[in-house]
Design a protein around this ligand. Structure first.
Ligand SMILES: [Mg+2]
Length: 393
């Protein structure tokens, strides 16, 4: 077995042992993935070969009616009767049969773009990479089920200690979100990169998109906003490993996602639109409003800002750490942003984690985002969240 085969086997074994054990997994298998033809009842098999013995370790079953759906359109490639939603939202939706829909998304997590090896502990890199992909599934109201992992490993990250800690973090996230690894691939890379494809499922027609908000709907967010950005600010100042800042770093290193809340909102048909806040409220709300052809007003005095301890302010400097600014523009909180028609908001009291929800504004007829300050001033809210292509980032 070659080096890469051993590495893939180790990764699949490490993750599977901590999520759903594969049946009869041998100690040192060579693992490969076989994509199956259309008429098969499975999407693919995960094969294992050891000492000349070959077996199928696991299969991803497809719904029975898959072959009944044939692509439509002249080329047969651009349109499909099973495609419900394509590019433009948090995730795509496929309807392989009438009973369940699949929600699919992928996410890239890159060294020196999204994290730094010298700052971010390996288990945080593993944990957060799965958070990012799974968050988009949850943002559609779907229940996370499976994921596929592509790893480009650098020399440093191939070391046993680093890789084990990375996998431990990823396995912890997988356990918490109820998501199972079903395949993977590794390759060499100058810098570490992680690409994850996440798959969720949902009852037909229940998925919550960005485009359903209507004027008058109230805007809600879960949790506090700006906490992850606060941790990032400390990390960028080289203080991410300061033991006294440990609690402060948690939302940045190990962000939580609201799996139960997302699924509940979809199940109850309560929200008119939803997305996750990955790039900052000002940027992501702008995306939701653009998709819904609406505007919004945000009430500054209702924003769930993170409190910044005096000690931290002294360490990191006041001006850039205004809690409202962090909450409006800070990225990576992975909280849910959703809208609810005003006549239905009473039902929200039954939502999982209801005390953590804040009503921060309302959807308007216009096309702009407006911030109403504590003094009653109306300011234009510009998208100032995370953008990897911005020149100064
Ligand atoms: Mg998203």
């Amino acid at each position: 077995m070659n080096d890469e085969g051993q590495l893939v086997a180790r990764i699949i074994r490490a993750l599977s042992a901590r999520t759903t054990p594969l049946p009869h997994a041998p100690e040192k298998p060579s693992i490969r993935t076989e994509i199956l033809p259309r008429n098969s009842p499975h999407a693919f098999h995960l094969h294992s070969t050891m000492a000349g013995q070959h077996k199928v370790l696991a299969s991803l079953p497809l719904p029975k009616q898959r072959t009944a759906h044939r692509p439509q359109g002249r080329s047969g490639a651009s349109k499909s009767s099973i495609l419900r939603l394509a590019v433009g939202d948090d995730a795509a939706i496929l309807a392989p049969n009438g009973k369940l829909e699949w929600v699919l998304t992928c996410d890239a997590f890159l060294e020196n773009v999204h994290f730094l090896l010298k700052t971010h502990p390996p288990d945080s890199v593993g944990y957060k990479s799965l958070v990012r992909a799974t968050s988009d599934v949850v943002a559609m109201g779907a229940t996370p089920r499976f994921f596929l992992l592509t790893l480009g490993l650098s020399v440093k990250t191939t070391r046993k200690k680093w890789l084990n800690n990375f996998l431990r973090g990823m396995a912890r996230a997988a356990r918490e979100f109820g998501i199972t690894v079903v395949g993977g691939d590794t390759t060499k890379s100058d810098r570490l990169f992680i690409s994850i494809t996440a798959i969720g499922e949902i009852q037909p027609g229940r998925a919550l998109t960005r485009s359903g908000a209507r004027a008058g709907d109230l805007i809600y967010v879960s949790g506090k906003l700006g906490r992850a950005q606060l941790g990032l600010e400390a990390a960028l100042r080289g203080q991410g490993n300061d033991p006294s800042l440990r609690a402060l770093m948690q939302p940045h290193f190990y962000p939580k996602i609201r799996v139960d809340l997302g699924a509940w909102l979809a199940e109850q048909r309560l929200a008119s639109s939803m997305m996750d806040i990955s790039d900052g409220l000002s940027t992501d709300l702008g995306r939701l409003c653009a998709a819904s052809h609406t505007g919004a007003e945000i009430w500054a005095d209702q924003m769930p800002v993170a409190s910044v301890p005096e000690k931290i302010l002294r360490k990191l400097g006041e001006p850039r750490l205004d809690p409202l600014r962090l909450a409006l523009h800070g990225g990576e909180d992975y909280e849910l942003l959703f809208t609810v028609p005003s006549q239905r908001v009473k039902k929200l009291r039954d939502a999982p984690g209801f005390p953590l929800l804040s009503c921060i504004g309302r959807i308007t007829d216009g096309r702009t985002l407006v911030l109403i300050t504590n003094d009653g001033l109306k300011l234009r809210l510009e998208p100032r969240g995370w953008d990897p292509f911005r020149k100064d980032s």
